[in-house]
Design a protein around this ligand. Structure first.
Ligand code: HAM
Length: 413
């Protein structure tokens, strides 16, 4: 195959042998989230570009350089969704979900697209499981969101997880804090690394992540946002922490936690796994009380998270799943064989039909490869012999209906 026809960089195929752990992940997510009253939603793969520019934030890396944006034949600017929160807020407004009982609790398992540098655990097309609780500012919502993701990661056996927790307060608090931090960095410029100095105005918070010894020393004494929180934001944060403490969910307070999306306010969190190496974030989220207004709606407080499917799979223990049982393999290639397969499936049996015109000898091998519990040898004249593979007994039966009845009677459970 010509190499230019291979799957694009940063994408991957899910082969049949890789399907089982993904299915197990979906089952755990569904059980945990639907058990807590979250309902599944799906939004379109592409949306108006403006939704993300407004929602995720025009100055974020995602909007600046990671979006797959294109014009359609009607000259509209569309973007393959890089994340799910802005589209869900759009759907909430578009379908008038504010009249439903609040908070509206939604979950999704969908594909997202970001033009990022592809590497282990980082793809250009990837999957997320996510949950959004929209319409309540109760700190119980924040704590429940965190607890649900914690439960999913724990049930999946994601190794070495750590929960980092912080609070951002309001946009006003953040703006005045940013000024304070910028002034502090300017006052210590000569001790900072040149990279940090170059980014002081662009993103002063990045200085907290630097490895440079001089910068680290300066940052140890830097003002932190959490100390600047307004009393009501601090109280909200204490309420969230109290609930996590009571539930025995451990966390590390991280006053410097930042995430690459602009819509957060108040609670912010991220789970990391030490199994993952460089791309250690498994999932994260927070409160986004201002997003709905930013998108042109009314004030609607909300909270949610998303977790990367590939990263959860990379860091989880894999418990092998049993194979799907083949109740019946129909060894025959004619019309009567086909009719028997259809009738047996209608009766609820898992049936595989001979599809490659194998010889009787080849059919034997195929039956054992499939680990079929029964084999029906069907001749083109319609005569059928059913073999019970487990006890080796064979029986000639008068037709398809009798064959199905015979198998159901002797089915090995
Ligand atoms: P995010 O932190 O950008 O948040 O993405 C959530 C998770 O998706 C990450 O922790 C990571 O596991 C996975 N992820 C992100 N980018 C990639 C990639 N290129 N390849 C593989 N996995 C990736 C959001 O997307 C927010 N919408 C979360 C949220 C929901 N906040 C509130 N509600």
């Amino acid at each position: 195959m010509p190499s230019k026809l291979q799957a694009p960089r940063g994408t991957y195929d899910v082969l049949p042998e890789q399907a089982a752990p993904r299915r197990a992940l979906e089952q755990v997510a569904r059980r945990v989230l639907e058990g807590a009253g979250y309902e599944r939603v799906e939004t379109p793969v592409f949306e108006a570009t403006e939704l993300f520019a407004r929602g995720v934030g025009a100055s974020t890396d995602i909007v600046q350089k990671e979006m797959y944006t294109f014009k359609d034949a009607g000259d509209r600017s569309l973007t393959l969704r890089p994340e799910g929160t802005a589209p869900i807020c759009r759907a909430y407004m578009q379908h008038g979900m504010q009249v439903r009982s609040q908070p509206v609790k939604l979950w999704y398992l969908s594909q997202f697209f970001r033009y990022e540098r592809a590497q282990a655990g980082r793809f250009r097309q990837f999957w997320q499981v996510g949950a959004e609780a929209i319409g309540s500012d109760d700190p119980a919502v924040d704590a429940e969101c965190i607890a649900l993701l914690w439960t999913i990661l724990t049930e999946l056996g994601v190794g070495g997880i750590e929960l980092r927790l912080g609070s951002l307060g309001t946009p006003e608090t953040r703006a005045s804090y940013r000024e304070e931090l910028t002034a502090y960095l300017r006052a210590h410029e000569e001790q900072l690394s040149p990279e940090v100095v170059a980014r002081i105005d662009l993103n002063p918070l990045r200085a907290f992540d630097a490895d440079h010894p001089g910068t680290k020393q300066v940052m140890a004494g830097a003002p932190v946002l959490m100390d600047a929180l307004a009393p009501e934001d601090l109280e909200h944060f204490e309420e969230v922490r109290g609930r996590l403490d009571a539930a025995g969910i451990g966390y590390r307070l991280d006053p410097t936690l930042v995430r690459g999306l602009d819509y957060y306010s108040r609670t912010l969190f991220e789970f990391t796994s030490d199994v993952l190496g460089a791309q250690s974030a498994v999932g994260g989220g927070g409160r986004y009380d201002g997003l709905m207004e930013q998108l042109g709606g009314t004030h609607t407080p909300a909270c949610g998270w998303a977790a990367g499917v590939e990263r959860m799979l990379l860091s989880a223990e894999h418990r092998p799943e049993p194979h799907a049982v083949c109740d019946l393999y129909v060894a025959g290639t004619g019309v009567p064989a086909f009719a028997l397969a259809v009738e047996a499936r209608r009766a609820g049996l898992n049936v595989q039909l001979e599809l490659a015109g194998r010889s009787r000898k080849g059919q034997r091998k195929q039956a054992s490869r499939l680990r079929a519990a029964h084999v029906a040898l069907v001749e083109d004249d319609g005569s059928i012999t059913v073999e019970d593979v487990v006890n080796g007994e064979t029986e000639a039966v008068p037709g398809a209906t009798a064959a199905v009845a015979h198998i159901l009677k002797g089915r090995h459970l």
